[in-house]
Design a protein around this ligand. Structure first.
Ligand code: MF3
Ligand code: CO
Ligand code: CO
Length: 317
């Protein structure tokens, strides 16, 4: 039997149940996280896969033609895995089941699911439900009609990463949530459309923030886009709000992600005690979209565009 609100919590913390484990009305309930899955030996693994420790190396922001060719393939695989996983989203499926599916889809395409053991992240995809801003850990919780869920897929193939995410509706959702998802995707595209050589990186954030603020949404500042290539995260920082000091100029053959997180209420977060799951402080909902982009001579190329067809796709799943 659960304790009453003012009784001490069942977990032994000594705190009142209502101040400890009592689930808040309407908030996402944490489920059980299953043991880490393994990846077959024939799949090439990033250096952190064994240890869980990420050691950053210096990596040029501009890439060689060979790296770009490989990033197109990794990006195409990530895009396809995201599309297939998104098609599984419906009431009753658990985020754990989505994780298993993503894990197998990556392996079937010769890719390593980049989140797995990245700084000890225990699963192969991030699944962020409702008020979860990002880095939700797949668990035994079933998706419920009316939820929204972000799936953040990153694939490591041929020594490079492709990173993309989208927010999906679980069955019928409210107009308010539908609008949040739509505006968030618009914000991502407005950010992407600024990408062109000699434009300062801060123009990305300016475009995103201007659109969100006009429609009275919040922009999360604590999590940002990043350079990407042979490493999942490099030191290039992509802010989703306007910060004029972020004035490095975009150059041809740079690669980075644009991944705005937009909120209905507060843009501030707190962490669950799993030290991964970031939720809005007020429990209001949030959405995110992400692409990996390449700066070209004329503008941009989206490396994780959904129309890209990955090498093995006709023969697997
Ligand atoms: N894919 C996320 C991003 O867009 C990072 C996830 S890190 C993980 O940068 F460890 F949680 F997987
Ligand atoms: Co990213
Ligand atoms: Co991502």
């Amino acid at each position: 039997m659960l304790p009453l609100a003012n009784e001490s919590c069942w977990c032994g913390s000594g705190r009142k149940y209502k101040r400890c484990h009592k689930p808040l009305e309407g908030r996402v309930l944490k489920g059980v996280v299953s043991p880490m899955r393994s990846v077959p030996d024939h799949i090439e693994k990033p250096p952190y896969a064994l240890t869980g420790q990420v050691r950053r190396r210096s990596e040029s922001a501009v890439k060689s033609p060979d790296v770009i060719a490989r990033m197109r393939r990794a990006g195409a695989v990530a895009a396809e895995v995201l599309r297939l996983a998104g098609a599984k989203v419906k009431p009753g499926i658990t985020t754990e089941e989505i994780d298993v599916y993503v894990h197998e889809l990556c392996i079937a395409r010769g890719a390593y699911p980049s989140p797995l053991n990245y700084q000890n992240f225990p699963k192969s995809v991030c699944t962020s439900v409702n008020e979860v801003i990002c880095h939700g850990i797949p668990d035994s919780r079933e998706l419920l009609e009316g939820d929204i869920v972000n799936l953040d897929v990153t694939c490591f193939l041929d020594g490079v990463h492709g990173d993309t995410n989208a927010t999906f509706a679980v069955g019928n959702i409210s107009d308010e949530d539908q609008r949040l998802i739509q505006v968030t995707e618009e914000c991502m595209w407005l950010g992407i459309e600024t990408v062109k050589p000699n434009v300062p990186l801060c123009e990305i954030g300016r475009a995103i923030e201007t659109h969100a603020k006009k429609l009275r949404y919040g922009v999360v500042k604590a999590f940002i886009g990043h350079g990407i290539g042979e490493q999942f995260h490099t030191d290039v920082q992509i802010l989703h709000y306007y910060e004029p000091r972020n004035n490095m100029l975009m150059q041809p053959v740079m690669t980075f992600t644009i991944e705005p997180m937009i909120t209905i209420g507060s843009d501030k977060h707190r962490m669950w005690d799993d030290e991964w799951t970031a939720v809005t402080i007020d429990g209001k909902r949030t959405a995110q979209f992400e692409h990996t982009v390449l700066v070209t001579d004329e503008g941009f190329e989206v490396l994780t565009a959904p129309n890209a067809v990955s090498p093995k796709s006709p023969f697997s799943n």
